[in-house]
Design a protein around this ligand. Structure first.
Ligand code: ATP
Ligand code: MG
Length: 506
């Protein structure tokens, strides 16, 4: 990636591992001068780690970070023209507002160059004068709107005011880039809303680049020029708030960035797609029969009289929200969340329709679970460090197991020994079972993420040795739950990586 001239910060193939676990994976991003860019994602997805690498508190395991085209990957934090406002900031409780903001400046040594009597240029350091400090502190306090409170004890300030002191302390150093790690997370809802507007205002007044981290999607949508959606250390999508809301690239992004209906669908001809038991016109041209994910925003569902729309359903939930009503309409076993300014009775029959432009179609993120696996000496399959019973006769069509456990092919009368054979194993998403009885399955892991797909949940379950199981299930579990997973031998597909002839037993 060639950074262009108005790029201030460029992250190129940045990876970070802690103790062998990858927490940021191949992160690529060009931040433009003056941009307000937000990293958005669930807890633990690597947001703070990414920010800490930009600030210099953490070094990338691989990859480069450029500032104005120069590699700063190895530069210590204090040499980077970058300041951070932390999630948990700490003010000096015994100092007033002014001194909290001035603190860093009083210690700061400014390099300057002089020519000595021998004609050599040497670098010397001087401290800022009281007058210089005063000018800088006054400007910073003005920007955060605290210029009237200079001499207030910080312990007498409200949460929002303290947060502004923390921001003033960061901008007083005149950084080129301000990093903000969930700076509003400690504030109540109303204060948060006010501070969002003020931060946007400060960004405009300062004219510098903001890199903002949050797990609040609404905050990201209202404040940012561009949003980066991260999941599990990996960038899912980068785009303007409108792009991300209207054209999410996958079900995770759609689900994370606002309420949406997500369904499994199948392409049913040119610009036609089948879901919710009907065939709908759409504007995406995917190959026929391709399995796809469908996303429909609740505000895009058109409620009407029974028989007047595409499909009919029954209202099973009705909540008045002030400006509009929120309904759940059941179409068979599927739930559709919708909104209308008009009221409809609970239990009533209605029709639903959706304009074709509002049917968002996405390639499926997961088709099947696929693993590079090994057959053990007792005929089980090892996925990561977990052994599952499997059906080895799947490796040789028409074969049977003989009494010693060898796979026997009656057609050519050959016996096969698959101990240590490398195979590709596949398990369909709906063939893995989840249980809270940890002794019951052949592997266990915790639920990393989940998405509701209209009539079932899709879970990502990760084991200790970093194997992932994607599971479609009717049952409800929570993020973080530790569960057992299992699959039946007949549901585990097997394919040899090497030639069958290499496994003939004598
Ligand atoms: N110093 C460290 N040593 C080991 N693991 C770490 C370290 N710092 C972070 N991690 C792990 O890296 C992953 C990403 O952490 P990070 O703090 O970047 O997440 P985050 O997206 O900021 O989450 P949150 O929204 O909860 O603040 C987590 O699994 C975390 O436990
Ligand atoms: Mg964090």
């Amino acid at each position: 990636m060639e950074a262009n001239s108005n790029t201030i910060i460029s992250l190129q193939h940045v990876c970070k591992q802690f103790d062998g676990t990858v927490v940021v994976d191949d992160f690529n991003l060009d931040v433009k001068q003056g941009e307000f860019i937000t990293i958005l994602g669930p807890s633990g997805c690597g947001k703070t780690t990414t920010l800490r690498m930009i600030a210099g508190f953490e070094l990338p395991s691989s990859g480069k970070i450029l500032l104005n085209g120069e590699d700063i990957s190895l530069l210590p934090p204090y040499k980077r023209p970058v300041n951070t406002v932390f999630q948990h900031y700490a003010l000096f409780p015994h100092l007033d507002v002014y001194d909290n903001v001035a603190f860093g400046l009083k210690l700061k040594k400014i390099p300057y160059q002089v020519t000595d009597k021998n004609g050599n240029v040497v670098t010397k350091y001087k401290k800022l004068t009281a007058r210089e400090i005063d000018a800088k502190v006054s400007r910073a306090l003005q920007i955060v709107d605290l210029d009237e409170m200079e001499s207030r004890d910080v312990s007498t300030l409200s949460g929002g005011q303290q947060q502004r002191v923390a921001i003033a302390r960061a901008i007083v150093n005149e950084p080129q880039v301000l990093l903000l790690d969930e700076p509003l997370s400690a504030l109540d809802h109303k204060m948060r809303k006010d501070m969002q507007i003020e931060l946007k205002d400060m960004h405009k007044k300062l004219g510098i680049t903001f890199i903002y981290v949050t797990h609040d999607q609404e905050e990201a949508l209202t404040m940012s020029d561009r949003i980066i959606i991260m999941k599990d250390g990996i960038i899912q999508q980068i785009g303007t708030p409108e792009d991300i809301y209207n054209e999410p690239v996958n079900a995770f992004v759609a689900d994370f960035i606002g309420e949406s209906n997500i369904y499994n669908g199948t392409m049913a001809g040119k610009m036609k797609v089948r879901f919710l038991g009907a065939v709908w016109d759409c504007i995406d041209d995917f190959p026929s029969n391709e399995k796809v994910d469908i996303v429909i925003r609740p505000e895009d569902v058109i409620l009407g009289e029974k028989g007047k729309g595409k499909v009919n359903g029954i209202i099973t939930s009705r909540i008045f929200q002030g400006v509009h009503y929120e309904f759940i309409v059941n179409i068979g076993k599927f739930e559709v969340a919708c909104r209308d300014t008009k009221d409809h009775p609970l239990g009533g029959e209605v029709s639903l329709d959706v304009e074709k432009e509002n049917i968002q179609i996405m390639h499926k993120e997961y088709g099947e679970n696929e693993y590079d696996a090994v057959i053990t000496s007792n005929g089980e399959i090892l996925i990561g460090e977990d052994a599952f019973p499997c059906d080895l006769t799947k490796l040789v069509p028409g074969s049977v197991l003989d009494e010693k456990g060898y796979v026997y092919d009656p057609k050519n009368k050959k016996k096969y020994d698959f101990s240590n054979a490398e195979v590709e194993a596949t398990i369909p998403l709906d063939k893995i079972t989840i249980s809270d009885d940890l002794s019951s399955g052949h592997a266990q892991g915790s639920i990393v993420s989940l998405v509701w797909k209209g009539d079932h949940y899709q879970y990502l379950i990760r084991t200790d040795d970093e194997e992932d199981f994607i599971v479609d299930s009717d049952y409800s579990w929570n993020e973080g739950d530790l569960v057992a997973v299992d699959a039946l031998p007949e549901d585990i597909g097997l394919r040899l990586k090497k030639d069958l002839d290499g496994y003939v037993a004598e």
